[in-house]
Design a protein around this ligand. Structure first.
Ligand SMILES: Nc1ncnc2c1ncn2[C@@H]1O[C@H](COP(=O)(O)OP(=O)(O)OP(=O)(O)O)[C@@H](O)[C@H]1O
Ligand SMILES: [Mg+2]
Length: 312
């Protein structure tokens, strides 16, 4: 089932078209990545889907509710981490969540306390619950801001740059937490990020936008195929001419490169289905195979190529 359906979603600010007729579908439980350079329209898309601003054109259903006609319902079922989340610096971590849980209508104080404890433990902040947020590091504040977005158990979560401005270690911690979160809370996540590594590790599907327009959408593998074919990489105990010559003689093999440092053959093929035949040939030529991998272009290569082509 689909959690989010957007059709022709568009936002104009006077003469600027921030988001230009984008359409996509996000399945329930999916972690969907929205990627694009600065000013691409990512935050504007999240703001429309979470009913903070109205689209100029197009429509979207979030959790089955219309973002224009049923905005109150949408607000109840989404959790949003905005670009600049504001927390009360003079309140403690616990008090911050207490305040927002109350604002979200969790009136039973036992339930409120239980949910806050669950979240603070999940984000490894329980030990610091009594400290004022003003004394927190950036990473701790970011974790608390995500916890705040989750306090009312929303089934759909929008995270706008959750790892922006964090050092690699804190960014990894947050990334791992988001991965666990989608399972732990059984929620659908729309993630905007400039950290392609985050998208690569977390997202089952990504959409790349630029200047408000959809450039590409699909799984990581589908996007990789848009920019190039995968290479077949075979790790061997040792490489000799007999092996390379026999591979070069195969019509299925276009090019053979040798990576001597890793004792690895890198092959360009027309068709991946010839892999078993190639492996057999290597064995036949006396090669001792240690590993066989199909290697796709990285998301970074895909992203840069598509953005450059899209703006050409
Ligand atoms: N309230 C607004 N008024 C006028 N223009 C706006 C407004 N909000 C966004 N824009 C414009 O819309 C475009 C898209 O902005 P948006 O913030 O959605 O980009 P983004 O993809 O989130 O970028 P970043 O990666 O820098 O966060 C930009 O040109 C921006 O200047
Ligand atoms: Mg943004």
């Amino acid at each position: 089932m689909e959690s989010i359906i957007a059709e022709g979603l568009t936002k104009r600010f006077n003469t600027i078209i921030a988001v230009d007729h984008i359409s996509f579908r996000i399945r329930e439980g999916e972690v969907f990545g929205l990627l694009g350079p600065n000013g691409a329209g990512k935050t504007t898309t999240i703001r429309m889907l979470s009913c903070l601003i109205k689209p100029s054109e197009g429509f979207a259903l979030v959790g089955g509710y219309d973002i224009i006609k049923e905005s109150n319902k949408v607000r109840e079922i989404v959790g949003v981490l905005t670009e600049n989340p504001s927390l009360y610096e003079r309140l403690t971590a616990y008090e911050n969540l207490w305040f927002f849980a109350e604002a979200y209508g969790i009136s039973d104080t036992n339930e409120r306390d239980g949910r806050i404890r669950e979240l603070l433990e999940f984000f490894d902040l329980w030990g610091r619950r009594g400290d004022k947020v003003g004394t927190f590091s950036r990473g701790m504040k970011q974790k608390l801001a995500i916890a705040r977005a989750l306090v009312h158990r929303p089934p759909i979560i929008f995270l706008d740059e959750p790892t922006a401005g964090l050092d690699p270690e804190s960014a990894k911690e947050i990334r791992d937490l988001i991965g666990r979160l989608s399972k732990h809370e059984k929620c659908t996540i729309l993630l905007c990020t400039h950290r392609l590594e985050d998208a690569e590790k977390l997202c089952s599907k990504v959409m790349i936008i630029n200047k408000g327009k959809n450039i590409a959408i699909g799984s990581l593998e589908e996007l990789a195929r848009l920019v190039g074919k995968p290479t077949l990489q075979i790790g061997l105990l040792s490489i000799n001419e007999k092996i390379t010559d026999s591979l070069k003689a195969l019509k299925e093999v276009k090019d053979v490169f040798i990576d001597p440092q890793l004792s690895r053959l890198i092959l360009n093929l027309d068709d991946e289905s010839s892999t078993p035949k190639i492996v057999k040939e290597v064995v036949h030529a006396g090669g001792m195979i240690l590993s066989v991998n199909m290697v796709y272009p990285s998301l970074e290569e895909v992203y840069l190529k598509l953005i450059r082509e899209g703006t050409a």
